[in-house]
Design a protein around this ligand. Structure first.
Ligand code: S3P
Length: 449
């Protein structure tokens, strides 16, 4: 399946709206979708995925895996994806460059995957991905034998040669990043012997769960220092599986905050994964005064999922802790919108990683809020937002190839006194293609402009 990559600028003007209502479904989780595709491609036999996320980032991973030899069939009406994989270490030599669009997760995970296989790969990305640091994943992978053939050592485009005889790794993560952890774990799958990855600050744990689910030889324990040690014995067969992808809390976050800040709202959001390494932003919202009720909880793909009811609430400021930053890294943008509508000071600690996301999100937050009349500043590694319960608006927000900047601006404009304009909403397709349809369905207003 090749999805259309939209290169045209698509500006919109958001009109203030009052009171959202209805019941909406959450799109499938992007992190789990990438991982399920990759692990399914490493099995011999049929893996069946229900409700794979349909988005540009996921298409990038699919196209790359097809180039590595996986057979991936998607039946769009039922949303069932069948994969016939190539086995651990069975990657074929791609015949052309692999283009990964905007997807940092595809880049980091696939570099990890190919690093321990006998293939040469040229990876390319869009202008945003081509600025993002890759040395954080390349440096540890060099220790197992990955070679960087291109002159560039830090950014895409990269020309890489995987190790013919990869050496087991023993690596303590320097940057708390699920993408780096997962890249090393994927590399370890094709390394004979035991590799150990040590995580000192918690990041999302989908790779660990899915490795177990697909039958990888993996052990996890907490060491004497209280750090997580992940040990993988490589070159062991994986078992093909059937799995159903739960809803992405990072996508649900936009409509959760939308309902909270738009007076008179009452919204049901279904199928929200509440894995604690992902849903911490909900706890922070509740501590800000958010009225969020969890309905029936159930399990999907080994993850806890819940439908939730969100009611418009008077919010107050909040302080997020340094060690929680990796678990809410994708939600800082939308939390900054909640903080702008809250009364009082909010302080987000340890936010420097935001500078190397799909755009410099720290700068994006400062620009978006300042232009919309909300006072905020950075102090050392922290971001401080001085909310006074309302947002003047009257700004134009530059989405800068970043889906989450565009969606956050939509929500900011929902309750602002004057219109907010977004210069280009096309990046939204990387993670949440029907975001604008849902926005209108529940009572949000916008028009092109
Ligand atoms: C992701 C991990 C996070 C997150 C990204 C998806 C993943 O990045 O920002 O959107 O799927 O592993 P890091 O944990 O690498 O910061």
């Amino acid at each position: 399946m090749i999805m259309k990559i939209n290169n045209k600028n698509n500006p919109v003007i958001i009109e203030p709206s009052h009171g959202l209502s209805g019941s909406i479904d959450t799109p499938s989780d992007k992190s789990i979708s990438h991982r399920a595709l990759i692990l399914g491609s490493l099995c011999l036999g049929e893996t069946k995925i229900h409700n794979l996320l349909t988005s540009e980032d996921i298409s990038s991973t699919i196209c790359a895996l097809v180039q590595f030899g996986a057979n991936i069939n998607i039946s769009e009406e039922q949303n069932i994806t069948k994969i016939y994989g190539i086995g651990i270490g069975g990657l074929l030599q791609p015949s052309k460059k692999i283009y990964l669009g905007n997807s940092g997760t595809s880049a980091r995970l696939l570099i990890g995957l190919m690093s321990s296989c006998d293939v040469c790969v040229e990876f390319e990305g869009d202008p945003s991905l081509s600025k993002r640091p890759m040395d954080r994943v390349l440096n540890p992978l060099k220790k197992i034998g990955l070679e960087i053939v291109s002159n560039k050592q830090e950014h895409l485009p990269l020309n890489l040669k995987g190790a013919v005889f990869p050496v087991p790794i023993n690596h303590k993560l320097v940057v708390p990043s699920a993408q780096i952890k997962s890249a090393l774990m994927l590399a370890a799958l094709n390394i004979k012997g035991r590799s150990t990855i040590i995580e000192t600050i918690k990041t999302r744990d989908h790779s660990e769960k899915l490795f177990e689910y697909f039958g990888a030889d993996i052990q996890i324990r907490m060491n004497d220092m209280g750090h997580k040690e992940i040990m993988i014995n490589g070159q062991k067969r994986l078992s093909p599986r059937e799995l159903d992808i739960p809803g992405d809390p990072s996508s649900a976050a936009f409509f959760i905050v939308a309902a909270l800040i738009s007076k008179g709202s009452k919204l049901r959001i279904k199928n929200v994964m509440i894995n604690p390494t992902r849903s911490l932003f909900i706890d922070y919202l509740i501590s800000m005064g958010a009225k969020i009720d969890f309905l029936d909880k159930y399990s999907k793909c080994g993850e806890e999922v819940s439908d939730i009811d969100v009611t418009a609430s008077d919010l107050k400021g909040v302080t997020t802790s340094l060690n929680d930053a990796p678990a809410i890294i994708d939600e800082f943008l939308i939390l900054s919108v909640a903080a702008a509508y809250a009364k009082g000071e909010s302080k987000f600690c340890g936010v420097s990683e935001l500078k190397v996301k799909e755009s410099d999100r720290l700068e994006a937050i400062i620009n978006m809020l300042t232009a919309s009349g909300v006072k905020c500043e950075t102090k050392d590694d922290d971001l401080i937002i001085y909310g006074n319960g309302e947002v003047p608006g009257g700004s134009t927000i530059n989405s800068n190839y970043d889906h989450r900047v565009a969606m956050s601006a939509f929500i900011l404009g929902l309750g602002s006194k004057s219109q907010i304009r977004i210069d280009d909403v096309s990046p939204i397709a990387t993670s949440f293609p029907n975001f604008m349809e849902i926005y209108q369905e529940i009572g949000g207003n916008f028009h092109s402009g």
